[in-house]
Design a protein around this ligand. Structure first.
Ligand SMILES: Cc1cc2nc3c(=O)[nH]c(=O)nc-3n(C[C@H](O)[C@H](O)[C@H](O)COP(=O)(O)OP(=O)(O)OC[C@H]3O[C@@H](n4cnc5c(N)ncnc54)[C@H](O)[C@@H]3O)c2cc1C
Length: 545
């Protein structure tokens, strides 16, 4: 069997390695138009920022290594320029010699990845403007920084790559401006969580310009849509990627609604014996079953392994993705999985939303707060999405949520997880368990939650709440929700008589726990409609800011 693979980074080499593990006889060859193979794209920002000293540690393999280890031929600087699928023939151009050769295949795999988008503005071709995608880019960026010693940098785009670059360039002592077209960083987060990231960037001196586009790049500046001129010795384009589908489209391969190649769970395209994997291929949501495109190395590797197995007779099948991601932004870890609030609403769910603020491990050992925003379906209790930010423990919590959600967990299931606990690692009831408890109570036991956004909306609609601040008086005096009265929890039973049990009532504390206790007292006293403010005053003040 002749297996031919186009693309030799994360997904293409995974196909080859798995196929070889299953089958010693197959003739496996990979073509790549670039210079490098099987490298860690994800490590490039950390090389730029000197956290990774040697570029070779991100790029440890070469075709000779692959040949020896897997008996797979890899031809770099060879671009597949044409395909005759009726005759199963490839036309390949050697980019060094300009020679064109042909090759045949029994099975063809598209692992052609994605290319960074170049915004349609003047100046992107200038020598100090860079994409961050390949080892070649990494080398060129390093050379520029070493030789030209830029003092100012503008990054266009505040997604994962833009944020990682902002952190790393700041570490190098470069003054960074981060430009983002929308009003928030990281489009997969809700704005209230993204604002924590924005605050951290600004606290580290990043000049964050939200709601602004770059309209022109000159040799010295970036001009923005609001007419600002930003001094920029170096510029990075990080506005997203587009899947490399052109060659596939030429031979009639179906493109999915996300713009990537449509594949089934065996990574097969609509053409017989043609597969697609990695950043060029569409995935689907574990929750909705609908197409989802999140071009990530984690998924690329997985898809490659599945295709390699299927091609050689295995039974692997892709089970979809949640769209999980994580990024470090200075001291903050930012993780997310599943749907955000907007996406869940757009899918037609009636959602319950919780902001859970808890120490990541015992507070008496210095445990720092983690903020978890979790969204569940009111009708079934199913968890739909989680976002988390904090200085510690975010990675672990996101992965626990991911695991639970992968198996269809409901909010109530989280409390029953037998999670590891000792004070240096967690709290007796882990923040994940609290999240489940509070969401489940809200859904089933009428411990209703109101997010700051919902509160504001309902107040704007003219609803009249009695709002009770259950914290100590001095905390109330420092900051409180407008219109709130101060009734510390210890006084609530007594003072409840002065309140109207028929009127919608909102309780809150600092972050939610005492607010919930007050809510229970009033509910048990016969108050008809009692809410707890999600994430308490802390979350509210952040939202108002
Ligand atoms: C800076 C950065 C940081 C990242 N960080 C993370 C992270 O932390 N976590 C994470 O999960 N993901 C991360 N990613 C995403 C991850 O790197 C990609 O998902 C992954 O590289 C995709 O692998 P791939 O093999 O599908 O595609 P690619 O890496 O795009 O490789 C495709 C290859 O195909 C070649 N090719 C295309 N067309 C042809 C042709 N016609 N002929 C020959 N060769 C061709 C290309 O030259 C390329 O070498 C990051 C990406 C970047 C850019």
């Amino acid at each position: 069997m002749k297996i031919r693979i186009i693309g030799s980074v994360a997904s293409g080499t995974s196909v080859a390695a798995k196929a070889r593990r299953n089958n010693e006889e197959a003739d496996i060859r990979i073509y790549d138009r670039d210079y490098d193979i099987s490298y860690s794209v994800c490590g490039i920002p950390y090389f730029v920022g000197d956290e990774v000293e040697d570029l070779e540690t991100l790029n440890p393999r070469n075709p000779a290594w692959f040949k020896k280890r897997y008996n797979v031929s890899i031809q770099t600087r060879h671009e597949v320029i044409d395909i005759d699928h009726d005759n199963k023939t490839l036309t390949i151009k050697n980019l060094d010699t300009e020679e064109t050769v042909t090759d045949t295949y029994d099975v063809l795999v598209f692992a052609t990845g994605a290319s960074p988008i170049t915004p349609d503005i003047e100046g992107t071709e200038l020598g100090h403007v860079f994409h961050v995608r390949t080892i070649q880019h990494a080398g060129a960026i390093e050379q520029f920084i070493e030789s030209r010693k830029p003092k100012t940098a503008t990054i266009i785009g505040a997604g994962y790559i833009g944020l990682e670059m902002a952190e790393q360039l700041t570490h190098l002592g470069i003054e960074v401006t981060l430009l983002q077209r929308s009003k928030q960083v990281m489009k997969h987060l809700d704005k209230d969580i993204a604002d924590h990231v924005a605050d951290t960037l600004e606290a580290h001196g990043v000049n964050l310009l939200l709601g602004q586009e770059a309209v022109r790049i000159t040799n010295t500046d970036v001009i923005t849509s609001s007419g600002d001129t930003i001094a920029s010795d170096i510029v990075f384009l990080a506005v997203g990627v587009q899947p490399n589908t052109a060659l596939a489209e030429k031979i009639g391969i179906k493109i999915g609604e996300t713009g990537a190649i449509a594949v089934n769970e065996k990574m097969q395209t609509n053409l017989p014996d043609v597969y697609a994997v990695g950043d060029v291929a569409e995935s689907f949501s574990v929750i909705t079953g609908k197409p989802l495109y999140r071009p990530l190395g984690s998924t690329a590797n997985k898809m490659g392994r599945i295709a390699g197995d299927v091609i050689t007779g295995g039974t692997s099948a892709h089970r979809g993705i949640l769209g999980t991601g994580i990024v470090r932004v200075f001291e903050l870890a930012v993780g997310q999985t599943g749907m955000n609030e907007q996406e869940a609403l757009a899918h037609g769910y009636d959602i319950e939303t919780l902001h859970n603020i808890k120490p990541a491990r015992a507070a008496y050992l210095g445990g720092k707060e983690i903020i978890i925003k979790a969204i569940a379906d009111r009708a079934t209790g199913q968890l739909l999405g989680v976002q988390a930010v904090g200085e510690e423990g975010v990675d672990k919590r996101i992965d626990v949520f991911v695991t639970a959600m992968t198996f269809g967990a409901k909010a109530e299931d989280l409390f029953h997880l037998d999670l590891a606990y000792a004070p240096p690692f967690s709290t007796t009831k882990d923040p994940v368990m609290y999240t489940g408890m509070a969401l489940d109570n809200a859904i089933k036991k009428h411990n209703k939650l109101l997010t700051p956004k919902e509160l504001q909306h309902r107040l704007e609609q003219g609803e009249n709440f009695q709002i009770i601040d259950t914290r100590a008086k001095d905390q109330y005096n420092t900051s409180h929700v407008p219109e709130a009265v101060s009734i510390p929890l210890a006084e609530l039973r007594e003072k409840a008589k002065e309140l109207d049990p028929k009127k919608p009532t909102l309780c809150y504390c600092n972050s939610g726990v005492t607010g919930n206790a007050a809510q229970n007292i009033l509910r048990n006293m016969g108050f008809e409609e009692v809410y707890n403010l999600s994430g308490g005053n802390k979350n509210y003040q952040k939202y108002r800011k």
